[in-house]
Structure formats: C-alpha cells, structure tokens
Design a protein around this ligand. Structure first.
Ligand code: MG
Length: 203
C-alpha cells in the first residue's frame, strides 16, 4: 500500500507556511514503512529539531482504480478516519529552499499515524466533518472539511490520473491551520466530531 498526502488543502494553513493556494491538488507519497498504527507511540526521529503534527482526515481506498471520474470517486472508498502527517519542518524548509524532493522530511518511519476509521455513511455530508487535535489536553488544531480547497472526490479523481489507486491505499487530505512542534512525552488525541479517533504519546 501507499500513502498519498495532499499539501496545502486548507487556505489558512497554506498562508501560515507562506505558500500560495494551488490550482490543482498538490500531492506527495509516503511508503508503507511510514505507518504508525492505532495508538502506538510516535518515536521522534534523531535527524530533526522541529517535528510538526499535521492532523488530517484520511480516506481508505477500497478497490483498484485509474483515471476515476470525479462523479464516480465516491465508489472507491467506504471508510473515513483521522491521522497525523508528521513532518520534519526544519528539513522540509531546507528541501524547499534547495529545490529538492521532500521525502526525507515527510516519508520517514512512523511519520504516518493512522487512527481509527468509521464508515462514511455515519456522516450526513463528507464535506462538513469537523475534527480537532488536543496536545496535552489543549486544543491546538481544529478544522472542518467544508474548508478544504479540493474535496475528497476531486482528490481521488486527480491523483488517479497519474497513479493507480489500490485497495488499502490511504489518502491524507491535508491539514488545517495550527500546525506545531511535538516533544517527547507529548500526548496527542484526535477527534472527529466528538469521538476520539486516536490517542498516543511521543517517545
Ligand atoms: Mg499534511
């Protein structure tokens, strides 16, 4: 499987990183080895001084698909969840400045935290899901999918023009404003609406 991650899908987050708002979805990949499974600890890598959380709605692909028209994209997923796209921000900044790929900042072991999933039928409107992150009990990020620049269906349609989506692939749909640094012993709890979807510590 692979992780497909959307960058800059919330205008306020793009602004906090001094990025422009894209005209098409911007995406990058993480390998399967990046996974941190439900409620396992996240281990801070030793090569970065500034690892940031990015809380994101995630979508699990349920069948093989290529060049999926947007109007059929909803058939390619049943489950919605919450995850964290951990990012070595200091290294990402260096990569961007040097015009280099982002993998070292984004695709390292453990960097894709996958929380719980729930059937999409539990939501009346997928483009109106609220979610938030508590860092040591304090709310530091809150978002709503209504603020996404590109909808889930648009993302699936766009990505599948370039690469085949396979059963079990997971899409990270982008983070809202409020990203920040984590430190050892931090506790991260993610909520969709008012339900806890992950609860883990940084080690
Ligand atoms: Mg992200």
């Amino acid at each position: 499987m692979k992780f497909i991650c959307i960058g800059r899908n919330y205008a306020a987050h793009a602004a906090e990183l001094n990025h422009s708002v894209p005209e098409e979805p911007v995406f990058f990949l993480k390998p399967e080895s990046a996974i941190t499974r439900l409620n396992r600890p996240f281990f801070l890598p030793d090569f970065s001084e500034e690892v940031h959380y990015e809380t994101e709605i995630i979508v699990k692909i349920n069948r093989l698909g290529k060049c999926i028209p947007e109007r059929f994209a909803h058939k390619y997923y049943d489950e919605i969840g919450l995850g964290v796209d951990f990012t070595a921000r200091d290294i990402q900044r260096r990569c961007v400045a040097n015009g280099e790929p982002w993998e070292v900042a984004k695709a390292f072991d453990g960097s894709a935290v996958v929380g719980r999933f729930t059937n999409k039928s539990n939501f009346p409107d997928l483009q109106s899901i609220s979610f938030h992150l508590l860092l040591n009990g304090k709310k530091v990020q809150s978002g709503n999918t209504s603020d996404m620049i590109f909808s889930i269906d648009r993302i699936i349609s766009h990505v599948s023009r370039f690469m085949t989506l396979k059963m079990g692939d997971i899409i990270f749909t982008g983070t809202p404003v409020g990203v920040g640094r984590v430190e050892i012993n931090d506790r991260l709890q993610g909520f969709v609406e008012d339900e806890c979807f992950f609860d883990f510590r940084v080690k």
